[in-house]
Ligand binder design. Structure first.
Ligand code: IVH
Length: 716
């Protein structure tokens, strides 16, 4: 070892400490050194040694651990090794809900928030911490005795998935904490796929002719939900830590700014852009600077998060619905770019709709290469006056599919009489004549047996929110159709291991996984099956309504229009579509096939004796956007327990359930003293339905009564 490299190797050890000779001591030294260098590299962005030197140290440690297995330690950087793929993730409940944020889109919105906070704090002044809002995936990390014990996704804010094995491969998540952490610690942060990794992945896909990934956020989220941690490891995911949460194990710092410093001292990567600010002017100046610099970083930020710094003030402000009052997202405007509209292609959706899609000259918009944009229908194309060959303005906001705003110059020379886009007369796949109903914006292929429709139907049938046949991805759906193994969704249930393993690149493991998941799908709830069938206008919500009213698919098939439209939320258009679906012989054939295969097409209905239901006599108003369910689903759930729902808040209202952006109803409820639940609060009550009745004994709501705070957890 040369003197120079010895000096480098000492970095991270106390000055004058010699290299240990004894293997166990040297292994410990190496772990410390590697931790130090990883910290400089990932957390400070200021590496002290090169990658090669880091690897040499890592190899030395690996050799030592191989030779002396006793000195291997679960927290060693050599153990950041991805394990074997798993079959799925376990659900984990978050001890404190993971909230979302209200938005401000301009200075006025920010000022309104600032005024509200000042009012609620009775005029007290408050400091603010401004952070970049990272466009990634929120995770919760639990540390026990300084070791990473659990890493979970946010999920619906109440329940997420245990993705610890994948998060262990993220090098900026410490496996063991530095400093003196309490025995129990909870940290939240945003995990993201670095833009350079994303670009590299897409370059590889381009070379191999595979379809490109749309944006880093979705690809990153997919990477964390990968069943094979080796894939996660290869993609070099990173995390910015942004909150330290109470577990009761130790007192928390009194300010968020101090908490960020503590996080850093434990070895977390804390964004160096974070600022502590006093005034709205300062926040706006910082916003403008960040907006200008947003492309400098190796990650996407879609705005700032402004947080009240003092934890005491945060607690005093509390939470409204599922958004803390003490924080707000100050969003960056959607980014625009111009590019050439090369073509408009038509794909056939599962309901036969002809979906126009813009093919663009690839262009980078806010970090993602855009080469497709959605065009909703023929009318949309005409309204925007978009023509092939135009240079068009495209806009991309966060993870939303890029939209075409319109041509850059509608008066460009040569544009006077170009061919205006028209939908084809015949289906591009099966050549059946296209139909267009007056009350439908879409042109449709009416042929239920159209192969393009069937491909989409099959993809939908197996998808996560439908029959959830994991492992049977898009490519396999295509192959099963091409090999004529599946011509109807019910054919899935006749597939055999021999048939599957005969397919190119289908191993025994995958075949077993697919067959196991197909078998499991036979027991999916009735609502899922109804949704999976892909009946026009029957989305997840309507499927829930049908399943709440009927106990079998046969009863739904037999229902007439009057009976169906009696269901709150089902109008004549939906009812007609349901009737048409069951009238078609091909669909009846599918249902028979599913029945013969043993798919459960019925369920026990909830008891109908309303007086026996626990929430009988209670009235709920549900407002705002809920995360894990639609408002209608929430209403169906409370009604199933005997409660009534109403669209306006009055003194008779027993509970207001407030999702995001709850609007005026929340203020009315607060004024009338109606208890307010957020979504996790509702879920908790649904889980223990007998608890809703406690309201009965409460004091009647008083006009100027105190504001009840049902879910008051002053934490992120
Ligand atoms: S604070 C108060 N800080 O934004 C609850 N969130 O819309 C929010 N996010 O789910 C947590 N960067 O995934 C916070 N610096 C940051 C953030 C951040 C990104 C995400 C987070 C959250 C979402 C809320």
């Amino acid at each position: 070892m040369t003197t120079q490299s010895t000096a480098l190797y000492y970095t991270g050890l106390a000055p004058g400490v010699p290299l240990a000779r004894e293997p166990f001591a040297r292994a410990r030294q190496l772990r410390l050194q590697l931790r130090y260098h990883a910290d400089r590299y990932y957390n400070d962005d200021a590496p002290v040694i090169g990658d090669g030197q880091y690897d040499t140290l890592l190899q030395e440690l690996r050799r030592l651990e191989d030779a002396y297995p006793g000195c291997r330690n679960p927290d060693s950087p050599t153990q950041r090794i991805a394990g074997e793929p798993s079959d799925g993730f376990t659900q984990v409940e978050h001890p404190h809900p993971m909230f979302s944020l209200g938005n401000a889109f301009d200075r006025a919105g920010l000022e309104a928030w600032h005024r509200r906070v000042t009012d609620l704090l009775d005029g007290q002044s408050f400091r603010m911490v401004a952070e970049l809002k990272i466009d990634g995936l929120a995770v919760r990390l639990a540390y026990r005795s300084g070791r990473l014990a659990l890493g979970a996704t946010r999920g619906n804010g109440h329940t997420g998935e245990d993705v610890t094995r994948n998060l262990r491969t993220v090098r900026s998540i410490p496996l063991t904490l530095s400093g003196h952490p309490p025995a129990d610690l909870e940290v939240r942060g945003e995990v993201y796929l670095p833009l350079d990794s994303f670009r590299r992945m897409n370059e590889e896909r381009e070379r191999s002719g595979a379809p490109l990934y749309a944006n880093p956020r979705n690809t990153g989220a997919g990477t964390i939900r990968q069943l094979d941690p080796k894939v996660t490891q290869r993609r070099n995911m990173q995390m910015w830590a942004y909150s330290l949460n109470d577990t009761g194990a130790a007192p928390l710092p009194a300010s968020h700014w101090a908490a960020l410093a503590v996080l850093k001292s434990y070895g977390f990567r804390v964004n160096p852009m974070n600022r502590i600010l006093d005034t709205i002017d300062e926040v706006c100046a910082f916003y403008n600077e960040m907006l200008e610099r947003r492309h400098e970083w190796n990650y996407e930020a879609d705005g700032l998060v402004i947080k009240v710094d003092s934890i005491a003030q945060q607690n005093a402000l509390g939470v409204a619905g599922r958004e803390p009052r003490w924080a707000i997202a100050y969003k960056f405007p959607a980014e625009r770019a111009t590019t050439l509209l090369k073509d408009i292609i038509i794909s056939v959706g599962r309901t036969g709709s002809l979906n126009p899609q813009a093919i663009l000259e690839p262009v980078v918009v806010s970090g993602a290469t855009v080469q497709h944009a959605s065009l909703h229908n023929e009318e949309d194309i005409h309204r925007k006056d978009i023509r092939i060959g135009d240079t068009v303005i495209i806009e991309r906001a966060g993870d939303v599919i890029p939209q075409i705003i319109g041509p850059v110059d509608a008066d460009a020379p040569g544009r006077e009489r170009p061919p205006v886009f028209r939908m084809p007369d015949n289906c591009p796949e099966c050549k059946t004549a296209i139909v267009k109903a007056d009350d439908d914006a879409m042109h449709r292929c009416p042929n239920a047996a159209c192969p393009a429709q069937f491909f989409e139907s099959l993809k939908h049938f197996v998808s996560r929110n439908a029959m959830d046949i994991d492992g049977l991805g898009e490519q396999w759906c295509r192959i099963l159709i091409d090999r004529e193994l599946v011509a109807d969704v019910s054919d899935l249930y006749g597939l055999t291991a021999v048939q599957l393993t005969a397919l190119d690149r289908m191993g025994d493991r995958l075949a077993t996984r697919i067959l196991t998941n197909i078998e499991a799908s036979k027991q999916r709830p009735l609502a899922r099956i109804l949704f999976a069938l892909g009946i026009l206008h029957v989305g997840a919500e309507v499927a829930e309504l049908l399943a709440a009213r009927y106990d079998s698919i046969d009863k739904i098939a037999a229902a007439g229009i009057d009976e169906l439209t009696e269901i709150d939320g089902i109008g004549p258009r939906i009812a007609e579509s349901i009737i048409n679906y069951f009238a078609a012989a091909s669909n009846r054939h599918t249902i028979d096939g599913l029945r013969q295969a043993g798919v459960k097409l019925w369920h026990e209905l909830a008891p109908v004796d309303a007086s026996a239901l626990p929430w009988q006599g209670q009235t709920f108003v549900i407002t705002g956007t809920l995360e894990g369910m639609t408002r209608r689903e929430a209403e169906a759930k409370v009604k199933a327990l005997g409660a009534a729902t109403s669209s306006s808040v009055s003194r008779k209202t027993n509970w207001l359930v407030a999702g995001a952006s709850p609007g005026a109803k929340l203020a009315t409820a607060e004024r009338l003293g109606v208890p307010v639940l957020d979504e996790p609060g509702l879920l908790a009550m649904l889980a223990k339905p007998e608890k809703a009745g406690v309201q009965d004994d409460a004091e009647p709501a008083a006009e100027d009564g105190p504001t009840p705070e049902v879910t008051q957890i002053g934490l992120l």
